[in-house]
Each structure stands twice: as C-alpha cells, then as structure tokens.
Design a protein around this ligand. Sequence first.
Ligand SMILES: [Zn+2]
Length: 58
Amino acid sequence: MSKAHRGKGIAGTYNRGRGTCPVCKKDGVKVLYEQEINGEKVKICKVCKASIKNGKTA
Ligand SMILES: [Zn+2]
C-alpha cells in the first residue's frame, strides 16, 4: 500500500490536495477522495468518505 493521500503523493495535486469539501463545507481540509454523489464525481474529504462508506451520508 502506497501513501497516495499523503506527503509526496499529493504534492502535485491542486493546492496540495487542500480545498473545501463539498459535503461538510469545511475548508483547508484535504479533499482527495473521489466519490459519486447524485451521479456526479466529486472530491471529498477523508471524514466524508468514511461516513459515506458507512452509510451515514448521501
Ligand atoms: Zn467533508
């Protein structure tokens, strides 16, 4: 397993992977996780990714 969402893995991404999460509206978080919401692919933060996976959101 590589650390795709840490360190050098995100250095080349937009704003180093940081931005505003479209789900929880938090800014300055790392939005690195692709998730399909309402048929649209969006990048969300780790927390939201986990809660969606657990069936808590969306
Ligand atoms: Zn979020």
